[in-house]
Write a protein that binds this ligand. Structure first.
Ligand code: XMP
Length: 326
């Protein structure tokens, strides 16, 4: 009988068996998966866990604060924050290819953890210990889509599965590897995580880096962040958060179209809205959002976001489209 309580107890037991009395490090991405994975490991081994939040600068508006404030308040976990915005921008400079971007972000993420580990290790060393384990919030669909399952095809290299460097020095702890998203949320609720964290819509590990079609720059990130914040705020104001699985907002940075605004001609970038409904992200359909909501989002984005003169709606199911554009 596969109940939430069973999953929780079984995973706690497994984590204890795998980890013993060694020290563990866990990266928090801002998403549900890593939060639940961290909370599970904390339940299992308590103080042996140190959480690391690598701020890669690819998060949406307010997300860094949500990790640093809300998650810590809910769990009391020990958190180390690494401000690595510059590292990721530099590594991504000049890169447009989606798979290359994913691999770079995955690689830099692990390297940033290794550096964070070195910073934390002196503290552990005081007790004669080292940090041997790395927790990852890998879900079952991530495993399947990265070719981890028997006969699975390699569709996209997922950030928390593919692109790991060969010199990886940690052993992985992946307590969510057999679970789907709805089970992860149930486990999170069971662990006492607040609704804002557990009910959070999925957000990919590589963040806004794979929602800019084209090269990732600081300026483009700022633009996309503003557009995304508007779209999310309007969706929430319309009371439709629970109607959509997630709503990626994508900047087509390599595309420009002609428009007219105020006194003159514009030549700006399109923003794509990708609201989808789904059970588990393996398949999805585009959400039939009300026209007046779409109109409000479009008006606000074109009026408030400099450089964007067009908003388009993605009406593709998965398959054949994936949820993310890269
Ligand atoms: P796709 O685009 O493959 O996305 O239809 C399926 C689900 O996975 C999320 N996603 C990711 N999550 N690391 C993650 O943790 C990643 O690299 C990644 N890529 C996509 C996506 O947002 C959707 O929910």
């Amino acid at each position: 009988n596969w109940t939430t309580g069973n999953i929780l107890e079984e995973q706690v037991q497994r984590i204890r068996e795998q980890v013993g009395d060694a020290r563990v490090i866990c990266g928090l991405s801002g998403g549900v998966d890593s939060a639940v994975a961290a909370a599970l490991v904390q339940r299992a081994v308590g103080d042996q866990l140190t959480c690391v939040f690598v701020d890669h600068g690819l998060l949406r508006e307010g997300e860094a604060e949500q990790v640093e404030r809300d998650f810590v308040a809910a769990t009391g976990v020990r958190l180390y924050v690494a401000n690595e915005q510059r590292r990721f921008l530099d590594a991504l400079a000049g890169v447009s290819d989606p798979e290359t971007k994913r691999k770079i972000i995955g690689r830099e993420f692990i390297r940033a953890f290794e550096e964070a580990e070195r910073a934390i290790i002196s503290e552990a060393a005081a007790d004669g210990e080292s940090i041997r384990f790395l927790v990852q919030g890998t879900l079952y669909p991530d495993v399947v889509e990265s070719g981890g399952g028997e006969g699975a095809s390699n569709i996209k290299s997922h950030h928390n599965v593919g692109g790991l460097p060969e010199d990886l020095q940690f052993e992985l702890v992946e307590p969510l590897r057999a679970l789907f998203k709805d089970e992860v949320r149930a486990v999170g609720a069971q662990l006492g995580l607040p609704a804002e964290i557990v009910g959070r819509q999925p957000f990919p590990g590589p963040g806004l880096g794979i929602r800019i079609v084209g090269e990732v720059t600081e300026e483009r990130l700022a633009l996309l962040r503003t557009a995304d914040a508007i779209a999310r705020a309007e969706l929430t104001a319309a009371g439709l958060d629970n109607e959509v699985w997630q709503m990626p907002v994508v900047l087509l940075a390599d595309v420009r179209s002609v428009g007219v605004q105020g006194d003159g001609r514009t030549y700006g970038h399109p923003i794509v809205l990708r609201p989808v409904s789904s059970e588990d992200a393996m398949t999805a359909d585009w959400s039939r959002l009300p026209y007046d909501l779409l109109a409000r989002i479009s008006n606000r984005i074109t009026n408030e976001v400099d450089g964007v003169n067009r908003v388009v709606l993605d009406v593709t199911s998965k398959p054949p489209g994936t949820i993310e554009w890269e």
